[in-house]
Design a protein around this ligand. Structure first.
Ligand SMILES: *[C@@H]1O[C@H](CO)[C@@H](O)[C@H](O)[C@H]1NC(C)=O
Ligand SMILES: *[C@@H]1O[C@H](CO)[C@@H](O)[C@H](O)[C@H]1NC(C)=O
Ligand SMILES: *[C@@H]1O[C@H](CO)[C@@H](O)[C@H](O)[C@H]1NC(C)=O
Length: 352
């Protein structure tokens, strides 16, 4: 798994052969944007994960880095750290707004410059500013998250990408410096109920407006705190960006209680059942709705359809890195109780 650092000679030869072919047939690629999750896109070679570190000198960490992400978290390796404070979210009491965007690789929500959303606490020594919410998902249920817990994937992973605004002026400067980035991950299962923030973000009205690459749709009045489960623990480790340039400046925080998504909104379900009376076929409806995320295309409408799903990097070796968590395995009955297991929301009128 995740053999980026263990490319064999034949694979490198295949790479150069493919590069040669691309030079002759494709338009000149933008070197900063010339990567993909799957190697064969419409016959043209676009480097997939095993090649990221080889095609651009600035991305060499993708191949030779020793603290790469994502990883498989084996819970028995997680060290309990009773000194980890709870996570804090600051929104200044304002609702979030921004643009939902099909980047051709991810479903991305880019918050407007105001209000600033900060996260701190947990393992973070500084206040970090939210710069993107990113959604990764699979072609089938139970696969699609980048991280895994005990070798188990999830249907989707929501990544909240933040940069250290106390030390750096912007995301790209922070991604190159120590303590630069913090990424908070939440896992998502397909179930009969849905997280209310995800329902606002992903419903019939929004999803259908970002069907193709570069489609964007403006959203407002979002309450980010509703994304988090009411109580949860977290696991943290030092890793990297899971996209080029794979910079090893990321403090990852993985929320250990999965969210649910029914795929689309409950009102849509009600409409469907009212109009065609298929109460007994609810599971079919749910399945179709998850399908609608998978029907988003990586390409503009002029090009062939390719699903965005499967937009994750393969697992990378954890090696000797420490995994720390704020749940005490010796007291399972006390799991997720008390103030350490809640999100602390500053400035919000109805903070939990
Ligand atoms: C976010 O953090 C910055 C820098 O620490 C601070 O100036 C700003 O007031 C914070 N915003 C909120 C909403 O807490
Ligand atoms: C980010 O910050 C760096 C250093 O402060 C600066 O040189 C660069 O132009 C900034 N980039 C953007 C996109 O603003
Ligand atoms: C997700 O749904 C399951 C049942 O399908 C439920 O037990 C669990 O509490 C839900 N998770 C959250 C975070 O609401």
């Amino acid at each position: 798994m995740g053999g980026a650092a263990r490319l064999s000679a034949p694979r490198v030869l295949v790479l150069w052969a493919a590069l040669g072919a691309a030079v002759h047939i494709g338009p000149a690629p933008d070197p900063e944007d010339w990567w993909s999750y799957k190697e064969n896109l419409q016959g043209n070679f676009v480097p997939g994960p095993p090649f990221w570190g080889l095609v651009n000198a600035a991305w060499s960490l993708c191949a030779v880095g020793k603290r790469q992400s994502p990883v498989d978290v084996e819970l028995k390796r997680v060290l309990y750290d009773p000194f980890l404070p709870p996570l804090r979210l600051s929104t200044g009491g304002e609702k979030l707004r921004g643009t939902l965007y099909n980047t051709g690789r991810h479903v991305s929500f880019l918050p407007a410059p105001r209000p600033v959303v900060n996260v701190s606490g947990g393992p973070l020594l500084y206040s970090h500013r939210l710069s993107e919410l990113r959604l990764l998902f699979g072609a089938r249920d139970g696969a699609g998250s980048e991280h895994q817990i005990n070798h188990q994937g999830f249907s989707a992973e929501v990544q909240l990408i933040h940069f250290n605004q106390e030390l750096y002026g912007n995301l790209s400067a922070a991604s190159r410096g120590p303590n630069g980035l913090a990424i908070l991950s939440l896992f998502v299962n397909v179930a009969g109920n849905s997280n209310s923030f995800l329902s606002r973000l992903l419903n019939r009205d929004t999803i259908t407006r970002i069907s193709y690459k570069n489609d964007a749709y403006f959203l407002q009045d979002l309450s980010l705190e509703l994304l988090f489960p009411e109580s949860f623990g977290f696991i943290t480790y030092q890793g990297s960006l899971s996209t080029p340039p794979c910079s090893e400046t990321v403090t990852w925080i993985l929320v250990d209680r999965a969210l649910n998504i029914t795929s689309l909104q409950a009102d849509f379900l009600r409409d469907v059942t009212r109009t065609i009376h298929i109460h007994s076929q609810f599971p079919t409806v749910l399945l179709r709705q998850m399908h609608s995320l998978r029907l988003l295309s990586q390409n503009p409408p002029s090009q062939i359809f390719q699903s965005l799903s499967g937009n994750g990097r393969p697992l990378q070796p954890l090696a000797h890195r420490a995994l720390r968590g704020n749940r005490d395995p010796r007291h399972p009955e006390r799991r997720c109780r008390g103030p350490n297991y809640r999100l602390h929301v500053d400035g919000a009128p109805h903070g939990r």
